[in-house]
Design a protein around this ligand. Structure first.
Ligand code: NIG
Ligand code: FE
Length: 415
């Protein structure tokens, strides 16, 4: 049984069933009728309920009764574009009248229209709308959200998005990882100066934002309607020189070899991957780059070619699942719905899907040492659920069985 030498606990939960999500013999890393003790921000002890009870008694510690509840690691949404202005409801209507996502983008709509709305929005407006979305995710047990910029596409506007992301992490009981998605779309003012834009993003913009502590990682949309392999590589190379990790949007609409490029630069994650060759899957595996599956985008764009999950499994690629929350391709603020879609649309098992929003999502953010499983020494980020068994988290469409969330050892309900 795992334990620490420090027997002083701050709080102890008795009687919960725990899906630790530690990889191993038990499905979901399950420990039934367990006790979990917390010291400060960390998990201090996990063991059988009876032993937890007597140890708590020896410390005179009041116990929290968790009988009938399941605990999982706090969920991790490892790919979002949470902060933006406006919405794309008109575009949704157009797509349903037969215009494609690519056609809308090429005609200056799509990401470009959100860029204009984002630039026009005040800091307060961006903050308020993103906070609503963050709280929706958090209400379903999410304790960590990765937030990409990419709807500013000028230095000051990108800075504002990353600042809003940073501020949300300070104000709300949730951890935020900030990603500079500098290469998302070519802004209109650079239409005749592609190379200059890529050079600005990969040079002075990245340096300035990183110096301000606003960049945990970079990202690029490597796609025929966005940025080429060579352009993406310029940003990945600059990030490497600055010691910053990378994510890549790869294979969403076509296979340009973006997965291989992500692997070449040891990207933490490659997102989407509907279009991926066997060689691409093998290179992701060799580089230990996590494949982030985004079924809400696949669903919204009514795509028909799902990511090659069997091929990814066979190659031994770790699979994460995220919402991709954004106004265009995935207006989704439900991680549980994304888990359901990963199972129903992509054929993941519920255990794979839940791993995808816990252990594998932590890996995709380079944070597995700290979060993603319930283990002694890790951060006490825990979601409490009223469910019969862990697969129920992937089963419902619109249910939210989350009863409470602990972030850094503090229960949300108690501030
Ligand atoms: O992940 N693919 C690029 N970025 C987003 C879509 C952004 C948008 O349409 O606004 C995505 O799907
Ligand atoms: Fe995305």
């Amino acid at each position: 049984m795992q334990r620490t030498t420090d027997k002083e606990w701050d709080q102890v939960w008795i009687g919960a069933d725990i899906a630790t999500m530690v990889a191993g013999a038990e499905p979901y890393g399950n420990i039934e009728n367990a006790a979990l003790a917390v010291k400060g921000e960390r998990i201090a002890w996990i063991g059988p309920a009876a032993e937890g009870l007597s140890r708590a008694g020896a410390q005179n510690l009041p116990i929290q009764d968790a009988h009938g509840l399941w605990m999982t690691p706090g969920l991790i949404d490892c790919h979002t574009h949470l902060v933006y202005g406006g919405n794309r409801i008109e575009e949704f209507e157009k797509r349903l009248c037969g215009v494609s996502y690519e056609d809308i983008a090429r005609a200056g709509g799509g990401i470009q229209s959100t860029v204009l709305a984002t630039r026009a929005a005040t800091h307060e407006e961006l903050h308020a709308s993103a906070a609503i979305r963050a709280k929706q995710l958090m209400s379903e047990g999410v304790t960590t959200i990765e937030v990409k910029s990419g709807y500013g596409l000028e230095l000051a506007a990108e800075r504002r998005l990353l600042e809003v992301a940073r501020d949300l992490g300070k104000e709300l009981p949730v951890s935020i990882k900030k990603t500079f998605l500098g290469l998302h779309a070519l802004p209109q003012e650079f239409a005749a100066h592609r190379q200059d834009f890529v050079a600005q993003v990969s040079g002075p913009w990245l340096e300035s934002l990183a110096a301000a502590g606003l960049v945990d990682a970079v990202d690029a949309f490597c796609e025929n309607i966005a940025f080429s392999l060579a352009e993406t590589e310029q940003l990945l190379q600059a990030a490497r020189q600055m010691g910053l990790p990378a994510h890549v949007h790869a294979g969403q609409l076509s296979d340009m070899g973006a997965a291989e490029l992500a692997a070449k630069w040891d990207a933490l994650s490659a997102g989407h991957l509907e279009y991926l060759s066997a060689a691409g899957a093998r290179s992701l595996s060799a580089a230990r780059t996590v494949a982030v599956l985004l079924p809400a985008a696949y669903f919204t764009l009514r795509q028909t070619t799902p990511p090659p999950v069997a091929m990814l499994r066979e190659a031994g690629v770790a699979l994460a699942v995220a919402t991709d929350c954004n106004p265009g391709s995935a207006p989704c603020t439900s991680i549980l719905l994304a888990l359901n879609m990963a199972c129903t649309l992509f054929g993941l098992t519920p255990e794979e899907a839940l791993s995808g929003a816990t252990r594998q999502a932590a890996r995709a953010l380079g944070e597995l040492d700290d979060i993603g499983t319930i283990e002694v020494g890790k951060r006490a980020d825990v979601a409490f659920w009223r469910i019969d068994r862990p697969a129920e988290l992937c089963y419902g469409l619109g249910a939210n069985p989350c009863v409470d969330v602990m972030h850094r050892g503090k229960l949300r309900a108690h501030g």
